[in-house]
Ligand binder design. Structure first.
Ligand code: NAP
Ligand code: ZN
Ligand code: ZN
Length: 351
């Protein structure tokens, strides 16, 4: 079927209108009319080939909320008209150890990502949510609980799950002391989710202007990372630090802030560190540095249900599809409160 979307044609071109083919429904597929799609910093990294490996044209977008238009003959979980969501993955091998454990993001045979991936059956490229419709196997489609703002729920599918997964893995709960580095899309969801789990949460930011927002989002304290006095005052405090910084940065200032046996989990920057890591504070306090990738399908549904129960959604700025290039520039300046979401009804109205 022919669908409309927006794509980057090269690392230096703007995101622009693009029509392309999606597969006809297989028996276990769901056809979804996309209502809203969040704008993740990973969309920008991929469109501009920051990580290498982007295949053009690329249609970004992996924070998708929509309505079921049609279901394949064997689909059992979803029906026409239902509000559903799709995150960063649309398939995986389904039989490896990790897939069986519900950790499809770590599929030993590589998960199929929502964009810049390759369909496991027909080898066609996967195209993401900057488009009017998407076809996804029902096992990778999530249910959206009633009562949540549909535009604001979209970022839960990546920004939310990427911070929820480490919060759950490191067993954050009442009384835990958690710090979040960087108040952007991921960071603001981390504050909300950690607070809702009962933790005492601190934001570590370069931006003093974000302090009031951070408190409103759940932080009890704000530390400016460039202020050595403020950083020293929270030495040894945190059991878990979630670092969402998207660029190369130094980790050495953050390690001393961990308590004994604490963990700094990296979810933002992908690549080599520029400063050598000083192992002394790690060894002297049995501290860990870890990484974490999005979350599995069962965990993503758990998060959506948690958001439904607690009334948690993202703080968003809704944009038209044709504002996407401007949104990327603003995201690079950390000028977004705190996630852009595309209203997909604006896609075809501009053509
Ligand atoms: P974002 O909205 O742009 O937020 C990033 C925040 O980091 C900024 O608001 C800023 O906060 C801080 N920051 C930016 N540049 C910095 C620098 N040079 N040094 C220190 N702090 C800096 O981005 P996002 O969508 O939250 O994504 C964050 C990163 O996570 C991206 O690299 C993205 O690709 C990655 N990601 C990873 C996963 C995963 O599965 N691991 C999933 C989704 C996204 P302050 O102004 O508060 O300092
Ligand atoms: Zn993302
Ligand atoms: Zn697998």
């Amino acid at each position: 079927m022919n669908v409309h979307g927006y794509a980057a044609q090269s690392a230096t071109s703007e995101i622009a209108p693009f029509s392309f083919e999606r597969r006809e429904l297989r028996s276990n597929d769901v056809l979804i009319e996309i209502l809203y799609c969040g704008v993740c910093h990973s969309d920008l990294h991929t469109a501009r080939n920051d990580w290498g490996g982007t295949k053009y044209p690329v249609v970004p977008g992996h924070e998708i909320v929509g309505r079921v238009l049609e279901t394949g003959s064997a689909v059992g979980k979803f029906s026409v008209g239902q509000i559903v969501a799709v995150g960063c993955m649309v398939d995986s091998c389904r039989h490896c150890h990790n897939c069986e454990a519900g950790l499809e993001q770590y599929c030993e045979n590589s998960a199929t990502f929502t964009y810049n991936g390759k369909d496991r059956h027909d080898g066609m490229p996967t195209y993401g949510g900057y488009s009017d419709r998407i076809v996804v196997s029902e096992d990778f489609v999530l249910s959206v609980p009633d009562g949540l703002d549909l535009a604001a729920v979209a970022p839960v599918l990546c920004a939310g799950i990427t911070t929820w997964s480490p919060l759950r893995h490191w067993k954050v709960g009442p009384g835990s002391r958690v710090a979040v580095v960087g108040l952007g899309g991921l960071g603001h969801m981390a504050l909300k989710l950690a607070k809702a789990l009962g933790a005492e949460v601190t934001l570590i930011s370069r931006s003093p202007g974000k302090a009031d927002d951070a408190r409103r989002l759940g932080a009890s304290e704000v530390v400016i990372s460039t202020d050595e006095v403020q950083m020293a005052a929270v030495k040894g405090k945190f059991e878990l630090i979630i670092d969402t910084v998207p660029n190369m940065h130094e980790l050495n200032p953050y390690i001393p802030l961990l308590s004994t046996s604490g963990t700094l989990v990296l979810v933002g920057f992908l690549g080599n560190l520029d400063e050598m890591l000083n192992t002394r504070p790690l060894i002297m306090g049995r501290k860990s540095i870890a990484g974490s990738l999005i979350g599995g399908i069962p965990e993503t549904q758990e998060l959506l249900d948690f958001c439904g129960e607690h009334g948690i959604v993202s703080d968003i700025e809704t944009i038209r599809m044709d504002q996407i290039n401007e949104a990327y520039e603003r995201m690079l300046r950390s000028d977004v409160k705190y996630r852009f979401v595309i209203d997909m009804a604006t896609l075809n109205s501009n053509e």
